[in-house]
Design a protein around this ligand. Structure first.
Ligand SMILES: Cc1cc2nc3c(=O)[nH]c(=O)nc-3n(C[C@H](O)[C@H](O)[C@H](O)COP(=O)(O)OP(=O)(O)OC[C@H]3O[C@@H](n4cnc5c(N)ncnc54)[C@H](O)[C@@H]3O)c2cc1C
Ligand SMILES: *[C@@H]1O[C@H](CO)[C@@H](O)[C@H](O)[C@H]1NC(C)=O
Ligand SMILES: *[C@@H]1O[C@H](CO)[C@@H](O)[C@H](O)[C@H]1NC(C)=O
Ligand SMILES: *[C@@H]1O[C@H](CO)[C@@H](O)[C@H](O)[C@H]1NC(C)=O
Length: 494
C-alpha cells in the first residue's frame, strides 16, 4: 500500500534511524530486551513473567486498555459487574499462581448455572436432561477421557503434533466422537466453550484442544473466577505492576527484524517512537491483516495466510420485564443438538433484573455489530412468540454494551493439519529474533495460553537472552518433542 502517510512514516523512520546511528539517543527511542506486541491475555502474562526474570520489557497495545477479550460492563444504576468477555478460568496451578502473583483474589464457581432450555431458532422448549441423559453424558465424558485424552492430553501444552499427524486429529470432532462413543459429550463441549464452531466440521485437534484434561475436570467440577467478580481486576493489577512498561493506544507502523535484534516504529497520541529490542514477542492474532506492518518473510506469509477464523459477538442487552431469566439455546434438530450457527449460545441473567448477557457465534469474521444485534432481535422475537419471554421483546430490546471479538478461533483446515502445518508454524519460534504466543498458538483459553507461556515461550526467551541457562522445566514432559523443536524453541541456534 503506497500512501502519502507511508511516505511520512518512512521519512520519520529514516530520521529516527539516523539518530540511532548518531551519538545521542532521541527521546523517542526506547531500548528494551523484549518488545511485546499485544497487551491481552498472552502478552501481559509473558510480560510479568519476563519482568520477574529480570528482563526489560515493553508492551505495545493498540487499545486504551490492556486485557484483550477481558471486557467488563458495569451497570451504572445497579453497579452490577458483568464480564462480557473472559469470565472463568480452568482450576489449575498456573492460573492460581498468576492471580496470586498479582495479588488478585480468586473464588470458585460451578460451570452450570441453571437455565431453561429452548431452541432459539424454532421457539421449541427442550426438556432438561433426565437421569438417563445425565448418565449418558457422564459415560461419554469417561469414554472421552479414557480413549482420547489418555492419547492426546499433551495437546494442553501446545500444538506439538507427531509426524505423521494421526488421522484422528484432523477428522471432524463429531466423527471422532462417534468412533470413541462420546457423542453425548458434544453438547456439553459446545455449551461450555466460548463459540466452538460447527462440530460436524471442526477438526478433532481443536475439539480436544478446547476440551483438554484440565478443562474437562474444571467443567465437571469447579472453575476459577476473579474474587472481585471482575476479570479486569487482573489487568488493573498487571497495569500497576508494569507501569511505564505498557504503551496504550499504540499503533505499530513498521516492524524491522534484523540479525542483531528488532526495531519497531510505533505511534502513540501522534508521537512517533522507535523501539529497539533484542527480541520480539508477538501476542496478537497472527493473521495477515493483524501483521500488515510486519516485514513478513515468505514462509511466515505462506503459513499465516492459511488461517481463518470465526466471529463472536457478546454483550449485555435490556428487555423490560425480563425478570432475571436464563435461557440456553439447544438445537432441536441439528447434529448433536448444537445451537444453529449463526446463533446465540444463551441469554443469561446478569444480576440486574431487566438485563441479560448474550453471546452470538458466526461462522466467519466477515460480520459487523449490526449482524450480531439482528440475530439477538430475531431470536428474541421467536422466543417471545413461544411465550418464553415478554411479548415484543424483539422490538423492545436495547443494547447496554456489546463487543465483536474477532478474529476468534484462528484455525487451519484438516488438509493443512495433515500436511504438518503446526510443525512448520512452531519452527518459526525464535527465528528472526521473534517469538509468538496467544490463542492461535495455545488455544482459545487463557489457562492454556499461560501454560504455553510458562512451559515453552518464556523459558525459551530467557534462555535466548542468557537470563537462564537451563532447559525449560516442561521439556521432559512433552511426549512428542522432536529434536528440531528442542533446537528452535530453546533458542540453541543451528
Ligand atoms: C467473548 C469471549 C469470551 C471468552 N471467555 C473466556 C473465558 O472465560 N476464559 C478463558 O480462559 N478464555 C476465554 N476466552 C478465550 C480468549 O480468547 C483467551 O482467553 C485469551 O483472551 C486469548 O489471549 P490472546 O493473548 O491470544 O488474545 P487477546 O487477549 O485478545 O489479546 C490480544 C491483544 O492484542 C491487541 N492487539 C491486536 N492487534 C494489535 C496490534 N496490531 N497492535 C497492538 N496490539 C494489538 C488487542 O487489542 C488485545 O489486547 C474468551 C474469548 C472470547 C472472545
Ligand atoms: C529529551 O527531553 C528532555 C526534556 O524534555 C530534554 O531536556 C532533552 O534535551 C531531550 N533530549 C533529546 C536528545 O532530544
Ligand atoms: C457407548 O456409550 C453408551 C452410553 O453413552 C453405552 O450405552 C454404550 O454401551 C457404549 N458403547 C460402546 C461400544 O462402548
Ligand atoms: C453444521 O453444518 C451442517 C452442514 O452444513 C449443517 O447441517 C448443520 O446444521 C450445522 N450445524 C450448526 C450447529 O449450525
Amino acid at each position: 500500500m503506497k500512501s502519502p502517510q507511508l511516505g511520512f512514516v518512512l521519512a520519520l523512520w529514516l530520521k529516527s534511524a539516523a539518530s540511532i546511528e548518531g551519538s545521542g539517543y532521541s527521546n523517542a527511542t526506547i531500548d528494551v530486551d523484549v518488545a511485546i506486541i499485544g497487551g491481552g491475555s498472552g502478552g501481559i502474562h509473558s510480560a510479568i513473567q519476563l519482568k520477574d526474570a529480570g528482563a526489560r520489557v515493553l508492551v505495545l497495545e493498540k487499545k486504551d486498555q490492556i486485557g484483550g477479550h477481558a471486557e467488563t460492563y458495569i451497570n451504572k444504576e445497579t453497579g452490577v459487574v458483568n464480564n462480557i468477555g473472559v469470565s472463568v478460568f480452568e482450576d489449575t496451578d498456573v492460573v492460581k499462581r498468576y492471580f496470586a502473583r498479582l495479588g488478585v483474589p480468586t473464588s470458585s464457581v460451578s460451570a452450570s448455572p441453571p437455565s431453561t432450555l429452548y431452541d432459539f431458532e424454532l421457539g421449541i422448549p427442550i426438556p432438561p436432561p433426565d437421569e438417563g441423559a445425565q448418565q449418558a453424558i457422564l459415560a461419554a465424558a469417561k469414554a472421552y477421557s479414557q480413549n482420547v485424552l489418555s492419547k492426546y492430553g499433551w495437546l494442553d501444552q501446545g500444538y506439538f503434533l507427531p509426524d505423521p499427524v494421526p488421522e484422528e486429529l484432523y477428522m471432524p470432532i463429531g466423527d471422532l466422537a462417534a468412533k470413541y462413543n462420546f457423542t453425548a459429550l458434544l453438547p456439553i463441549m459446545a455449551r461450555f466453550n466460548w463459540h466452538f464452531g460447527n462440530q460436524t466440521k471442526v477438526p478433532a485437534l481443536y475439539g480436544i484442544k478446547d476440551f483438554g484434561p484440565d478443562f474437562l475436570r474444571s467443567t465437571f467440577g469447579q472453575l476459577i473466577v476473579s474474587g472481585t467478580g471482575n476479570t479486569r481486576s487482573l489487568y488493573d493489577a498487571a497495569l500497576k505492576e508494569l507501569g511505564s512498561s505498557v504503551l496504550l493506544s499504540t499503533t505499530i507502523l513498521a516492524v524491522n527484524r534484523h540479525s542483531t535484534g528488532v526495531t519497531l516504529l510505533v505511534s502513540q497520541n501522534g508521537m512517533v517512537k522507535t523501539i529497539r529490542a533484542k527480541k520480539l514477542l508477538v501476542a496478537i492474532p497472527p493473521t495477515l491483516q493483524s501483521l500488515k506492518s510486519f516485514d513478513l518473510s515468505r514462509s511466515e506469509r505462506a503459513l499465516f495466510s492459511r488461517f481463518s477464523s470465526l466471529g463472536y459477538f457478546t454483550g449485555v442487552a435490556r428487555v423490560p420485564g425480563w425478570n432475571s431469566r436464563s435461557l440456553a439455546n439447544v438445537g432441536a434438530f441439528t447434529p448433536f443438538h448444537q445451537p444453529l450457527i449463526p446463533g446465540s449460545r444463551a441469554f443469561r441473567a446478569t444480576g440486574t433484573p431487566d438485563e441479560f448477557y448474550f453471546g452470538v457465534g458466526f461462522p466467519t469474521d466477515q460480520v459487523a455489530d449490526e449482524d450480531g444485534k439482528a440475530v439477538v432481535r430475531r431470536q428474541l422475537a421467536t422466543l417471545a412468540e413461544a411465550g418464553a419471554i415478554p411479548a415484543a421483546a424483539g422490538d423492545a430490546v436495547t443494547f447496554s454494551a456489546s463487543s465483536f471479538h474477532m478474529p476468534f478461533n484462528v484455525r487451519v483446515g484438516a488438509a493443512d493439519i495433515k500436511k504438518g502445518f503446526y510443525a512448520e508454524l512452531l519452527a518459526l519460534q525464535g527465528s528472526r529474533n521473534t517469538y509468538w504466543t496467544g490463542a492461535a498458538w495455545a488455544g482459545h483459553n487463557s489457562a492454556l495460553v499461560w501454560k504455553f507461556n510458562e512451559g515453552t515461550i518464556v523459558p525459551a526467551i530467557k534462555e535466548d537472552l542468557g537470563l537462564e541457562h537451563q532447559l525449560p522445566l516442561s521439556w521432559n514432559s512433552h511426549l512428542h518433542l522432536t529434536p528440531w523443536m528442542l533446537t528452535t524453541i530453546s533458542g540453541v541456534k543451528h
